[in-house]
Ligand binder design. Structure first.
Ligand code: SF4
Length: 314
């Protein structure tokens, strides 16, 4: 390919918006001028991995590159810092020893990021998106730019998704030779679903299991119903989060850290927050009604076979 040719780079997440965006990029540029890339956070559901790594490539006749963040150098630097600086800051020897015993890269990007930081991300400190998705994807694009290619980064962003995206432009210039294209910026969620299905392409099966969004499993922003649904359908992911909370807690000075937080948890001390927000407490809370005070017996019933909020199964 000539160095001055522009390439459409579609970031595929396994969600409906990025699938629709991939289809539109193929419509405009064809297979030769499109590339697809998936940022694997290491906290993906196996159905998402299967959808991105197997179903979509077969169905669309494309290949999808995978990028993964690597925090081994950060963890190595953190080990030195903990060993040399924590004792000077009055951190007890057993806490230093505990952190050093766990500060080794696991190769799972999400977990390694949290071990390095000594905490999980939160809504106020949402460093996961930047570290696990944005940086590896930017590096992928920068490598293409360095090879002299003009790139268009195709993003499946919709304005009605959130306030932060309300003013997203349909097209903008990010840098010399680097454009951003957001072809579904004005679409509704339902339009996106209808478009994908109208092309004979299936959506990630997690939607038909009642999840309204697809991303990390679980995401730090998981809603109450999403936690409840995950705990009933995929309890092994709850087990995974429980183990990660134990490991990240060992890497922190406080000795605990939680993936999820109650929206009304502001102002509580850390131990209170841990008792009420660890994954088992959050699963119990997700099965309650009326603001969390009573148990809702319906939440214990077997999940329906299809409870999609987008009408995927007619
Ligand atoms: S899906 Fe959620 S947990 Fe994963 S990177 Fe995005 S905000 Fe963070």
């Amino acid at each position: 390919m000539s160095p001055t040719t522009s390439l459409a780079i579609v970031s595929v997440s396994g969600g409906k918006d990025s699938t629709a965006t991939a289809l539109l990029a193929l419509d405009r540029y064809g297979h030769d001028r499109c590339r697809f890339v998936f940022a694997d956070t290491g906290n993906e559901h196996e159905l998402t991995l299967e959808y991105v790594q197997d179903y979509l490539p077969r169905r669309l006749n494309i290949s999808i590159d995978t990028v993964r963040a690597d925090f081994s150098a950060d963890i190595a630097r953190k080990r030195v810092y903990v060993a040399e600086q924590w004792p000077n800051k009055g951190v007890p020897a057993e806490v230093v020893e505990r952190a050093l015993s766990i500060l080794h890269p696991t190769g799972i990007p999400f977990l390694d990021l949290c071990l390095w930081k000594g905490r999980f991300p939160s809504r106020k400190a949402q460093f996961c998106t930047q570290e696990l998705k944005r940086r590896p994807l930017d590096k992928y694009l920068l490598d293409l730019l360095a090879a002299g290619l003009i790139v268009e980064s195709w993003q499946g962003v919709r304005r009605d998704e959130s306030d932060a995206r309300r003013d997203a432009a349909e097209r903008e210039r990010a840098a010399e030779g680097w454009w951003i294209e957001r072809p579904i910026v004005d679409w509704s969620a339902q339009q996106t679903v209808d478009f994908v299905l109208s092309r004979g392409v299936q959506l990630n099966p997690l939607y038909s299991q009642g999840h309204s969004r697809v991303g990390c499993y679980l995401c730090i922003n998981e809603c109450k119903d999403g936690i409840n649904n995950a705990s009933r359908r995929h309890p092994h992911h709850i087990d995974k989060i429980r183990e990660w909370e134990r490991l990240v807690g060992m890497a922190s000075k406080r000795g605990f850290s939680t993936l999820l937080h109650h929206a009304d948890g502001e102002g509580h001390d850390a131990e209170h927050a841990f008792r009420h927000c660890n994954i088992d407490a959050m699963v119990a809370w997700s099965r309650t009604a009326f603001g969390g005070r009573q148990f809702d017996l319906l939440k214990f019933a077997a999940p329906p076979s299809c409870s999609s909020t987008y009408g995927l199964c007619e």
